[in-house]
Design a protein around this ligand. Structure first.
Ligand SMILES: Nc1ncnc2c1ncn2[C@@H]1O[C@H](COP(=O)(O)OP(=O)(O)O)[C@@H](O)[C@H]1O
Ligand SMILES: CC(C)(COP(=O)(O)O)[C@@H](O)C(=O)NCCC(=O)O
Ligand SMILES: [Mn+2]
Length: 890
C-alpha cells in the first residue's frame, strides 16, 4: 500500500489498453536480453489486471486477468543455461504477453450490486491496485470493455459507482471472438454429449471453419462463422433460456434456476406432454418414423379441462418445458445448419449450464432431425464466450496469439468448496457472495478498512463434513420417458457449488513450448494408460486414496509437525479425498482426465494447502546417504571394461529407480530395510533379460560392434526422476559416462517438487557434492556453470570452460511425477535443439507417460515397474520388472 497514492498524478488512464504506469521507466541493463531489453516499470503495480464484462439479460459474466508473481529466479543455473543455449527466438514477441491467470466469474444481473462490490473490492476497475486511499480519486478516465445489453443499460451505474466508462463492444463479434479463441487455444474445449457420455474433441485449427454457433442465453443467437472476425447472424429465436426460467418460475414457483433444473431431474413429462401413442392408441406412427413415445405436442395434455395447474407435478412441468425448449432450439439449429451446408454446431450460453440432460436433449434433436448428418458440440466455457471476446478486444495485450501449449488450466483444489482465499467480512455474509465467485482466490478486503483476515483454508476447516461428499446433487437416474427415444442422462452433473461450471482458472504461461523433438506433436498423447475405462479409473483412484495417509504424514512432518501443519494436513486429506470421490462419480468434472493429470492434481492440492515440499527431509537424507557411497561406486565402475561398465550403469539406473515414495509397494518395502539394503537387493535382482530389453541395440549404438567405432552423441537430455540413490547412484554415473565419451549432458528435472523427485533447483548442489569426488563431473559442471567456484572465475576461465564438455541442468516446466511434452519450459526447448539422445527415466516419465511417444532422435526409456497391475498391462510381467526400451532415430 504505502505511498502509491502519490503516483496518481502520473497515471494516464485514458485508453482501453492495459494501463501501465510509465513514470520513471527505464531500460534494464541486461546482457542476455540486449536485443529486446526488458523495460522496468518501477511504479507499476504488480497486480496489473484487466477486466471485461458481458452484461446479459439474465447474468453478468466477468473475465479478469491477474498477473503471476514473477517466479523466474535469475539464479546461477539459469544464467548459465541462457549463456549456453540462448533463448529461442520465437519466444520473443514485440509485445510480451504477461504471464498470469484468467478468471471466470458470474453474477445474476438482478444482483448487479454484488458484482459492483466485487469489482470494487478487487480493484479490478483500476487495474487491481490495492491501495485503499486510491480508489475514490483515481480512474475517472478508466475504461472497461463490456458487451451485452447491460453495457448500455448500466453505463451510468458503472460511472457513478466505480467512476469507469464502459467501452461497448458488439455482442455478436465478441461471442465469435470468444468461441474462436477457445476452440483454438484450449485443448479439449469442445465436447459431444450423447446419452450421458461426454467425449472431448480436439478440433483441428486448420479445419475449424465454417461452423454454426448457437448461443443460448436469455434469447438465442444463431451465427454462421467463417473465420476470424468473419461471421453473420443468420437467425435466432426468442424461445431461449429466459423462456425456460421465466415460464418455469411462473408454473412451478421455483426460487432459482438451479432449483428448476433440479426439479426436472425427477420429472416424467408423459403426464403433461401429448405423445404420439396418446393419439394413436398406444401405437407407433411408423410410416413417418415416429414411435409411440415421441412427443407429439409439448404440454398437449394440459388442455384437459379436468385439471388445473395445481394438479400437475412441478417436476413434470419443468422436464416438459426443458425438453420443449431444448428440442426446439436443436431443431432450429439443425435447419440453419442445413441452410448453409454446415455439419458442426457449437452450442454456448448459460442455459446449458453443464447440465447433462439439457445437452443430451439438444444433441438428440440435432441428431434426430439431421438423421445423423450434423453434430451438436458444446463448449466448456459455454457462458463466457461474449465476456472472453470483450476481453480479447483490448488491443495488444498479446493474448490473441496465445497457443494451446501456453495455457494451463487449473482447478483450485481446495477453493471450490470455500470460494477461495477470503479476506474481509464475517463468514456468514460472505457465503452468499462467494457462491458466485468461481475458482478464484477472492479477496474481499475493501469492506472494512482493516480487513479481518480469514483464509479459505480456515473457512474450509469450518465447513466440516459438508465438503466430504462433493458428489453430484442427484443420483444418476433416467429422467422421464417419452419424446424422441429417451435421452438417457447418466450422472446428472448439476451441482450447486462453484465447480458446476466446469471451468478452472486459465494460467497463461507464455514461456511454455511444445518439446521440439517430438516426432509428431499432433499425434502425441502423453498418457499410456487410458482411464476412461471405469474399472481402470477406479483402480487408480483407489491407489491414490490408499496412498493418502502416508503422504499426509510426510507432508505434516516436512513442516515440523506443528499444529498448523496438522490442520492443513487434515484439510488437504479431506479436500483431496473429496476430489477423488467427485472424479469417481464424474470423471470429466475437470475436463479430460488422464493419469498424468490425476497425479499432478495431487501435487497441486498439496501446494494449495501450502505444503511446498512434502518429501524435503526424506530427499535430503537419501541424497546424503547416497553421496556417501558414490566414490566407492565410481571406483568400482572405473575398474570395469567399457562393455561391462555400460551394462552396470544401466543396471544401476534401473535398480536405483526403486526409490520411489509414490509407489505403495515401495513404501511398504522401506519400512522393512535401510536404503542401502534395499538398493543391494534391487541390484541383485537385475538379471537379464529384462522384461523389455533393448540393451544390446543401445550398446551397439554406443560402443559399435567389431572394429566400427560409432560417433558419440553430441548432446543427451537426461530426464531424471527421484532424489537419493536414483539420481546419485543411477543417473549421475550414467551422465558421467556420456561426458567421458564426449557427449554434452543436460539433466532435465522438475521445476517444482513432486513426491521425492529431484528438482532443477536442487541439482546444482547435488552435482557439486558429487564433483568433489570426481574430476570428470567437476570439469563438466564447471563448464556448464553449475559450480560456484567456476562462476567466480568466469572471466579468466571461461574459454577453458566453454571448450570442456559441459554438464548442465534445465528445468522441465512442470511439478508432477509425469511429463506432458506438449508443455515444457522454454529452456528445455532450447536445450533440445542440439540434442540427439533422449533418456527418459522412471515410471512417471517413461511408463505412465511417454512409453509410446516417438521422438526425432535416439531415445532410451528406463524404468522399474513398481506396480503389479501396470506390470501386467504394459509389459506382461510382474512388479519390479524392468524396462529398457531403445528406439533409434528413424
Ligand atoms: N443462476 C442463474 N440464474 C438465472 N439464469 C440462469 C442461471 N444459470 C443459468 N441460467 C440460464 O442462463 C440463461 C442466461 O444465459 P446467458 O448466456 O448468461 O445469457 P444472457 O447474456 O442473456 O444473460 C438464463 O436465461 C437461464 O436460462
Ligand atoms: C507416482 C509414480 C509415477 C512415481 O514413479 P517414478 O516416476 O518415481 O518411478 C509411481 O510411484 C506410481 O505410479 N505410483 C502409484 C502406483 C502405486 O502406488 O502402486
Ligand atoms: Mn519419481
Amino acid at each position: 500500500m504505502g505511498d502509491r497514492g502519490s503516483n496518481i498524478n502520473s497515471i494516464h488512464r485514458s485508453s482501453s489498453r492495459p494501463q501501465l504506469d510509465l513514470s520513471k521507466a527505464e531500460i534494464e541493463a541486461n546482457i542476455d536480453e540486449d536485443k529486446y531489453p526488458t523495460i522496468l516499470l518501477p511504479n507499476q503495480s504488480d497486480h496489473l489486471s484487466h477486466l471485461a464484462l458481458d452484461l446479459g439479460g439474465s447474468l453478468i459474466k466477468l473475465v479478469y486477468f491477474s498477473r503471476h508473481e514473477d517466479q523466474s529466479g535469475n539464479d546461477r543455473r539459469m544464467r548459465s543455461v541462457k549463456d549456453r543455449m540462448g533463448l529461442p527466438n520465437r519466444n520473443r514477441r514485440t509485445y510480451r504477453v504477461l504471464g498470469g491467470r484468467l478468471h471466470f466469474l458470474m453474477f445474476e444481473t438482478s444482483k448487479i450490486n454484488e458484482c459492483l462490490d466485487f469489482i470494487h473490492s478487487k480493484k479490478l476497475h483500476c487495474g487491481g491496485w490495492e491501495s485503499h486511499d486510491y480508489d475514490d480519486v483515481a480512474d475517472r478516465n478508466a475504461i472497461i470493455k463490456a458487451t451485452g445489453g447491460g453495457a448500455y443499460k448500466f453505463a451510468d451505474l458503472f460511472k457513478e459507482r466505480l467512476g469507469v466508462s464502459l467501452d461497448k463492444e458488439d455482442e455478436m463479434a465478441c461471442m465469435v471472438a470468444g468461441a474462436n479463441f477457445l476452440l483454438k487455444a484450449i485443448r479439449h474445449e469442445a465436447f459431444t454429449h450423447m446419452e450421458g457420455q461426454k467425449e472431448f474433441l480436439q478440433i483441428d485449427h486448420n479445419d475449424l471453419y465454417p461452423y454454426l454457433l448457437v448461443n443460448i442465453g436469455s434469447g438465442v443467437s444463431i451465427i454462421k462463422v467463417d473465420g476470424d472476425g468473419k461471421f453473420e447472424r443468420v437467425s435466432g429465436t426468442n424461445v431461449g433460456g429466459g423462456t425456460y426460467w421465466g415460464l418455469g418460475r411462473l408454473l412451478t414457483k421455483c426460487q432459482s434456476f438451479d432449483e428448476l433444473l433440479e426439479l426436472s431431474q425427477k420429472g416424467d413429462n408423459r403426464n403433461i406432454d401429448m405423445l404420439v401413442g396418446d393419439i394413436y392408441g398406444g401405437m407407433d406412427y411408423s410410416k413417418i418414423g415416429l414411435s409411440a413415445s415421441t412427443i407429439a405436442s409439448s404440454f398437449g395434455k394440459a388442455t384437459s379441462e379436468k385439471k388445473e395447474l395445481e394438479d400437475y407435478r412441478p417436476e413434470d412441468i419443468s422436464l416438459s418445458l426443458l425438453r420443449m425448449i431444448s428440442y426446439n432450439i436443436g431443431q432450429i439449429s439443425h435447419l440453419n445448419a442445413m441452410r448453409f451446408g454446415l455439419k458442426r454446431i457449437f452450442f454456448g450460453g448459460f442455459f446449458i449450464r453443464g447440465h447433462a440432460y439439457t445437452m443430451d436433449a439438444i444433441s438428440f434433436a440435432v441428431h434426430f432431425w439431421s438423421k445423423g448428418a450434423a453434430q451438436a458440440m458444446f463448449l466448456r466455457h459455454e457462458g463466457f464466450l461474449g465476456a472472453l471476446g470483450a476481453f480479447m478486444s483490448y488491443e495488444k495485450h498479446g493474448l490473441d496469439d496465445l497457443m494451446v501449449h501456453q495455457l494451463v488450466e487449473r482447478f483450485p483444489m481446495g477453493a471450490p468448496y470455500t470460494g477461495g482465499k477470503i479476506h474481509g467480512p464475517p463468514l456468514k455474509d460472505l457465503d452468499e457472495k462467494a457462491r458466485y465467485c468461481m475458482f478464484s482466490f477472492i479477496t474481499f478486503e475493501s469492506v472494512f478498512n482493516v480487513p479481518v483476515q480469514i483464509s479459505w483454508m480456515e473457512k474450509f476447516l469450518q465447513m466440516g463434513t459438508e465438503i466430504t461428499a462433493p458428489v453430484p446433487m442427484a443420483l444418476p437416474r433416467t429422467t422421464g420417458l417419452g419424446g424422441f427415444e429417451v435421452p438417457l442422462s447418466k450422472g446428472s452433473t448439476l451441482r450447486s457449488d462453484a465447480s458446476a461450471l466446469n471451468v478452472g482458472v486459465l494460467h497463461l504461461v507464455p514461456t511454455l513450448e511444445v518439446f521440439p523433438l517430438l516426432a509428431d506433436p499432433k499425434m502425441y498423447e502423453p498418457n499410456t494408460i487410458d482411464i476412461s475405462d471405469h474399472s481402470e479409473l477406479e483402480y487408480w483412484l483407489t491407489i491414490l486414496a490408499e496412498h493418502l495417509p502416508d503422504l499426509v504424514d510426510k507432508a505434516v512432518a516436512s513442516e515440523g509437525g506443528t499444529d498448523d501443519a496438522k490442520r492443513r494436513g487434515d484439510a488437504f486429506a479431506r479436500a483431496f479425498s473429496a476430489h477423488l470421490a467427485r472424479l469417481m462419480e464424474e470423471p470429466a468434472a475437470y475436463g479430460k482426465l488422464g493419469l498424468a493429470k490425476l497425479l499432478e492434481m495431487r501435487e497441486e492440492c498439496l501446494r494449495e494447502f501450502h505444503f511446498v515440499d512434502a518429501y524435503i527431509s526424506i530427499k535430503q537424507r537419501e541424497n546424503e546417504a547416497s553421496l556417501a557411497v558414490l566414490p566407492d561406486l565410481l571406483m568400482e565402475l572405473d575398474s570395469l571394461d567399457e562393455e561391462t561398465r555400460l551394462l552396470t550403469l544401466i543396471e544401476g539406473v534401473l535398480a536405483a529407480n526403486i526409490f520411489d515414495w509414490g509407489s505403495r509397494a515401495c513404501v511398504d518395502l522401506y519400512h522393512k530395510g535401510t536404503i542401502i539394503e534395499i538398493y543391494r537387493m534391487s541390484r541383485n535382482k537385475m538379471q537379464r533379460p529384462w522384461q523389455v530389453d533393448d540393451f544390446d541395440a543401445f550398446k551397439e549404438r554406443m560402443l559399435g560392434s567389431g572394429d566400427k567405432k560409432p560417433t558419440p552423441h553430441r548432446r543427451a537430455l537426461l530426464f531424471v526422476d527421484n532424489s537419493g540413490a536414483d539420481i546419485v547412484l543411477g543417473m549421475l554415473p550414467l551422465a558421467r559416462e556420456l561426458l567421458r565419451r564426449g557427449t554434452e549432458v543436460v539433466l532435465v528435472a522438475n521445476s517444482l517438487p513432486a513426491l521425492n523427485d529431484v528438482t532443477a533447483k536442487e541439482l546444482p548442489d547435488i552435482v557439486a557434492e558429487a564433483a568433489k569426488h570426481c574430476d570428470i563431473l567437476r570439469r563438466a559442471a564447471e563448464s556448464g556453470g553449475l559450480l560456484v567456484d567456476a562462476m567466480t572465475n568466469t572471466l579468466d576461465s571461461s574459454k577453458e570452460n566453454l571448450s570442456t564438455i559441459p554438464l548442465m541442468v534445465v528445468e522441465n516446466g512442470c511439478g508432477s511425477p509425469c511429463i506432458d511434452l506438449r508443455q515444457v519450459s522454454s529452456e528445455l526447448a532450447a536445450a533440445a535443439n542440439d540434442a540427439d539422445l533422449i533418456i527418459l527415466e522412471g515410471m512417471g516419465r517413461a511408463l505412465h507417460t511417454n512409453l509410446n511417444a516417438r521422438f526425432k532422435c535416439d531415445t532410451l526409456k528406463l524404468a522399474m515397474v513398481k506396480n503389479q497391475r501396470l506390470a501386467e498391462i504394459l509389459v506382461k510381467g510382474n512388479i519390479y520388472d524392468c524396462v529398457c526400451k531403445y528406439e533409434p532415430a528413424n
